[in-house]
Design a protein. Structure first.
Length: 767
């Protein structure tokens, strides 16, 4: 073979085995096209459809950009349009839309992993939903991971801890609902951690404080609780955003380089640390809506770079020094709604174009903004001290009680052991638990049922908290003097207002007119009993205010009931055609009905004396942000005029009035019926609905009357169980109506049947 032929073969082999740049580009292009398909062809990637050139040279926009190096994709940024729409319904954020049910995060991330050179990945507002799979760690070169404003839930995958090149991790505005992982310090290069607007729970992980490179931490709008650890080790930290959580410790030491600290709407307590006065780089400090006390450090106002200082709605007290100085850059100060007294320092005394100062709602000697009398602040602080003493006493009592229970338990075990050894006859040891004829006026049936309930649920429990007393002035301040903007609605019991207490807690306030003949002392005892009813599916009564000053409408007294505020409206709204995007599927309705049935069963048998005639209707079933039902307006017979009239006649409030018990069963039957027929209930009377019950007997009749959402999401067996128990509940024959225990059992059985049917259907679809 001659030299020419040898050279030709060498060149030919080199060409054949040289990696083809064109093939690499084609491979990467195919991955992008596959990702576009996974994301259901978002408009941001529409430019790719008719673009035949090298995608690395595709012009960037705010919606999409691709970065390349050595013919490999190193950066991919896509901004979609599947954003959150804030509904007018109680200001609750309702997601607009997600990707379809066929979308799989697992398949999507598998496709992404075919871009191993990615250093920057930003996929925002694309409707991605489901748990984030562990295989995301295959993108080991990632330096920036931004999956904000999607619908990802579950926990952060543990294997992200191996992605040591990450310097930015942003999972903002998703639905992560586990704890913040304690392995984040494995990401030793992390500078930005943004997990805000999720549902993270548990404590703030101390491991975060070991990431020396962090410059920004954003964990606001979650459900974190407990103690905030010492932050001083984060020497590079500039931004700390922990707003709207449930953190309840004292404020810790902060890093000296901190520029922005947003800690409002938590439950931080104690004094503002003097160390905050040494934060020379601090520009923006927000501590509003906490439980901070004492006098704020004077030097806080004169920090060299401070421009925004918000200390509103705490329990700050005392007087400012007359010579207090304000920093030259301080443009906004809010010290309103505290318990500050004395003169307002000159640097805070007048608003100007350079500085805005809010100080309303204190007891300062300045009437340019509304101030309380000095006695108001002193009384409030005195009540706070008394409350702390009570909390301490309760805590000591709990500890002592626990010790006594432990001692009694040990004693009981030893006693039983001795009896066993002596082989004492069993029938001589145990007395009959429940007498056949109860002498105290309680129904024997209720007492029998109540034996299954923990003694802690009985109203006789001495450790239950006393109903908190509010002043009328506090309620006026919480509702802006019962302004129309705070009006929530009006029902058979009167008006309902939203309020915000000084500590930032949102409450619902219901004013009720009462007869002047009503004994105030007797009413307080009854309200205290009502406040002790605690159940996961009951709206808690937090306190009350009795106003004996008369009322222009009734000429009598008024009682104000202060309840916990439930944010997401009532059950009827979720059955209404006026809000089709909220309408609940059958399984969701069953879960809500079971929760309410548990609450009513508790009111009947879980407390002594029982609470009956509980005004059961769909308007009184409220849903929280997790769609957990809570029954409101229960136990109102304790304080209404009807009970007072009965007592005046000498009949007394009998705990086991059978007609009231059956009344709850009957009314709950109409809640079941409304859950079945949905919007048909609107504007229809009870008699119409009773006549329509006959339609449930045939398939055609059910199709005509049952809510289409129910028909398309239920199993026939589950539906039949609920139809049957509904008929029994609203039976004209009182003796034919079931017990509430039977109602609850049937609903739970129907839910179990439905869950099995859903699982079978999902299995068939997968097959």
């Amino acid at each position: 073979m001659g030299p020419f032929h040898l050279l030709f073969l060498v060149i030919l082999s080199w060409v054949l085995f040289l990696p083809s740049t064109h093939e690499l580009q084609t491979s990467q292009r195919q991955v992008l096209l596959q990702l576009r398909k996974h994301l259901e062809f978002p408009s941001a990637l529409g430019v790719m459809e008719n673009f035949n050139g090298d995608l690395c040279y595709l012009s960037s926009s705010a919606q999409m950009s691709i970065s390349c190096q050595d013919n490999l994709i190193t950066g991919l940024k896509i901004m979609g349009d599947k954003l959150f729409n804030v509904s007018e319904f109680n200001g609750f954020a309702i997601p607009n839309k997600t990707l379809s049910e066929s979308f799989s995060t697992d398949s999507f991330v598998t496709t992404l992993s075919r871009l191993p050179s990615l250093r920057v990945l930003s996929l925002v507002s694309l409707g991605i939903w489901g748990p984030l799979p562990d295989k995301i760690h295959r993108l080991s070169s990632l330096e920036v991971l931004d999956l904000s404003s999607n619908f990802i839930f579950g926990s952060i995958p543990p294997k992200i801890s191996t992605m040591v090149k990450l310097h930015t991790l942003s999972l903002e505005a998703n639905y992560f609902n586990e704890t913040v992982p304690d392995w984040l310090d494995s990401l030793s290069n992390l500078t930005v951690l943004c997990l805000k607007n999720n549902r993270f729970k548990g404590q703030f992980p101390s491991s975060i404080c070991r990431i020396k490179t962090l410059t920004s931490i954003a964990l606001s709008h979650n459900e974190l609780s407990g103690k905030l650890p010492d932050m001083s080790t984060l020497t590079s930290l500039h931004v700390l955003d922990l707003r709207e959580n449930h953190l309840d410790s004292e404020l810790p030491v902060m890093p000296k380089g901190l520029v922005t600290a947003l800690l409002s709407k938590n439950s931080f307590s104690g004094k503002i640390p003097a160390q905050f006065s040494d934060l020379s780089q601090l520009q923006h400090l927000d501590l509003a809506f906490n439980n901070l006390s004492g006098t704020p450090p004077s030097n806080l106002f004169s920090l060299p770079k401070i421009s925004y200082l918000n200390l509103a709605s705490n329990m700050l007290s005392g007087a400012f020094p007359a010579d207090l100085n304000c920093g030259g850059k301080l443009g906004f100060v809010d010290i309103s709604k505290n318990k500050l007294i004395g003169d307002l320092p000159s640097c805070l005394g007048s608003n100007s174009d350079e500085r805005v100062v809010e100080f309303t709602g204190n007891c300062l000697a300045d009437d340019s903004q509304h101030q309380h009398e000095l006695s108001y602040c002193k009384q409030a602080l005195s009540r706070r001290k008394q409350s702390r003493v009570r909390e301490t006493v309760v805590l000591v009592a709990i500890v002592i009680g626990a010790v006594l229970v432990l001692v009694l338990f040990v004693f009981g075990v030893l006693s039983l052991y001795r009896r066993y050894r002596s082989r004492t006859s069993e029938h001589n040891i145990f007395a009959k638990a429940v007498p056949d004829n109860s002498p105290n006026g309680f129904c024997s049936e209720l007492v029998t049922n109540a034996r299954f309930i923990s003694q802690a649920a009985k109203l006789e429990t001495h450790g239950a908290p006393v109903c908190q007393l509010f002043s009328l002035e506090e309620l006026k301040e919480a509702t802006n003097n019962f302004d129309f903007s705070m009006f929530l609605g009006e029902g058979s019991l009167g008006k309902l207002y939203k309020g915000k207490l000084e500590n930032g807690t949102s409450v619902a306030i219901r004013p009720l007119a009462i007869s002047k003949k009503c004994s105030t002392q007797n009413l307080k005892v009854r309200l205290d009993s009502l406040s002790k009813l605690h159940h996961p599916h009951l709206v808690g009564l937090l306190g009350h205010c009795i106003d004996s000053g008369g009322h222009e409408d009734s000429g009598g007294n008024r009682v104000f009931l202060i309840y916990e505020y439930i944010s997401c409206g009532n059950y009827r709204t979720y059955l209404s055609e006026n809000y089709p995007e909220k309408v609940l599927k059958w399984a969701d309705r069953l879960a809500i009905l079971i929760g309410v049935a548990k609450a009513v069963h508790f009111l009947h048998t879980g407390v002594i004396p029982g609470s009956f005639n509980n005004r059961l209707k769909t308007n009184n079933i409220l849903l929280d942000e997790h769609r957990i039902p809570k029954l409101s307006d229960y136990g109102m017979s304790i304080i209404t005029e009807e009970i007072e009239k009965l007592e005046a006649k000498g009949e007394g409030p009998k705990s086991c009035r059978k007609k009231d018990l059956e009344g709850d069963v009957y009314n709950f039957g109409f809640i079941l019926l409304e859950s079945l027929v949905g919007p048909i209930v609107s504007g229809k009377g009870d008699m119409f609905l009773l006549s329509e019950m006959a339609s449930f007997g045939s398939q055609d009749g059910r199709r005509r009357i049952v809510d289409p959402i129910v028909l398309t999401t239920c199993s026939q067996e589950s539906l039949s169980i609920v139809v049957s128990i509904t008929k029994k509940c609203i039976s004209p024959e009182v003796s034919s109506r079931p017990s509430f225990e039977d109602v609850l059992w049937n609903l739970q059985y129907a839910a179990q049947v439905q869950a099995t049917a859903d699982a079978d259907q999902k299995s068939d679809a997968t097959s």
